[in-house]
Design a protein around this ligand. Structure first.
Ligand code: C5P
Length: 413
């Protein structure tokens, strides 16, 4: 789907990744958009107004107090005569100014004056990105309604440096811009029509006896949101859920299960699928021999010894299928430490295409909460997404999945 003929105001910040904006401008124009640009003073060190102007075929705005500009188009009009404002690359300094509401140059004045959605693509050195001040500022602008895309992980311009801080790739930024421009149009294009998406969600309960069970704190919120997002994109959805107290999502086929063994059986019955998302927190162990009667306290006061047995690993079984394997197998990795390293291991051992890794340490508030911070780990690398509502993580994950399984029908076209 193409979101045709939109007006994009691109603020180019001063970073080595500014050169990628040239490619982005070309592609946005090919897609029918008009692109106006503001270059910060620092951006001039990396790209020239001449090349930006040649590609946009528009004049390039650079200085708040340029009287000619103000006569021709005041900064307030510049801020409003657009459908979206995009900041790329967004430096730590520019993000700090946005967070603080500064307006001492044209870029920041426009960002403060605009009443349109803002999409920000940060790019900076990993230490600058991880600094608590930057993280605070990013959280602040997100709270103010700004969408933050990336940064990605990888090699930095500085020799020998790698980590989180790279500008996201241009197609991904374009997809984010177009989705922001017209989310409902994106959904109404139904890029997953004709596809079967299978999702596991929630915890499993492994009986100890008829009244007791082993369980975990998974709420099922993330998995259920993924089911809803896949449905909005037109997929036929089978949601296989362990015991949760969540409303039943509309328009999907919900299969309720209790144990891991039941979940596996339901998954096998629901196959084949084009996309399989394993968001459930499946209990790794079950009781080797659950009792059929309630276990009584023993007269000696000795607690009973519970012998555990391993549950089937559903993701691993589906990931390793050689026949009728889903095109895209997505697993989750809930970790309390070494999130990315563990996710990478899981990608391999479970033969998944993507692992969505998240930190579920008690301080993160992810378990049971509404928000999530995830890293998308694939063979191509790692992308760290900013903290988002679980519904937004779900929407972006399914949009990416749609691009992968039916690329001709998605926003990136
Ligand atoms: O190994 P771990 O439990 O951390 O792996 C998490 C991923 O594997 C999740 O996607 C989860 O849904 C899936 N999984 C599974 N069956 C299991 C254990 C985990 O499908 N028995």
């Amino acid at each position: 789907m193409t979101t045709k003929g939109k007006r994009i105001l691109l603020i180019i910040g001063g970073g080595i990744a500014a050169y990628k904006c040239l490619d982005m401008i070309r592609r946005l124009r090919e897609r029918g958009h008009t692109v106006r640009t503001i270059m910060t003073k620092a951006a001039h060190e990396f790209v020239t107004p001449l090349s930006v102007g040649a590609l946009t075929n528009e004049r390039v705005f650079t200085d708040l107090f340029n009287l000619d500009d103000e006569r021709e188009i005041g900064h307030i009009r510049l801020a409003r005569d657009t459908d979206v404002v995009v900041v790329a690359p967004a430096t730590a300094d520019l993000i700090a100014k946005m967070a603080g509401g500064h307006a001492n140059d044209l870029a920041t004045a426009v960002l403060l004056a605009t009443d349109k959605p803002i999409v920000v693509a940060p790019a900076m050195n990993p230490s600058m990105w991880q600094h608590p001040a930057t993280q605070r500022n990013v959280a602040q602008i997100q709270n103010d309604g700004v969408e933050v895309v990336g940064p990605g992980i990888g090699e930095m311009a500085e020799r020998g440096e790698a980590g989180v801080g790279r500008l996201v790739e241009v197609p991904e930024l374009i997809a984010a811009i177009e989705q922001r421009l017209n989310p409902t149009k994106y959904e109404s294009a139904k890029p997953l029509a004709g596809k079967h998406v299978l999702i596991t969600s929630g915890p499993t309960h492994e009986p100890i006896d008829p009244v007791r069970y082993l369980a975990n704190r998974s709420s099922g919120k993330q998995g259920h949101e993924i089911a809803a997002a896949a449905h909005r994109l037109g997929a036929r959805v089978t949601l296989i859920s362990g015991p949760v107290s969540l409303p039943e999502p509309n328009g999907i086929n919900l299969v309720r299960v209790v144990t891991a063994a039941e979940m596996l059986e339901a998954v096998q019955q629901a196959m084949p699928a084009d996309i399989a998302v394993f968001a459930a927190a499946v209990a790794d162990w079950k009781l080797a021999k659950p009792k059929s009667e309630k276990i009584k306290k023993s007269s000696s006061g000795e607690p009973p010894a519970l012998k555990l047995a391993e549950n089937p690993d559903i993701l691993k079984l589906i990931g390793h299928l050689t026949k009728a394997r889903p095109t895209l197998v997505i697993g989750f990795a809930a970790e309390t430490e070494d999130v990315i390293a563990n996710a990478r291991k899981k990608l391999k051992s479970k033969a998944a295409d993507w692992i969505v890794a998240n930190d579920v340490s008690p301080e993160s508030g992810v378990m049971g909460g509404d928000r999530n911070t995830v890293h998308l780990v694939s063979r191509a690398g790692v992308e760290s997404w900013p903290e988002m509502h679980k519904s937004e993580v779900a929407a972006q994950l399914m949009a990416r999945a749609a691009e992968t399984v039916s690329p001709r029908r998605t926003a990136a076209e």
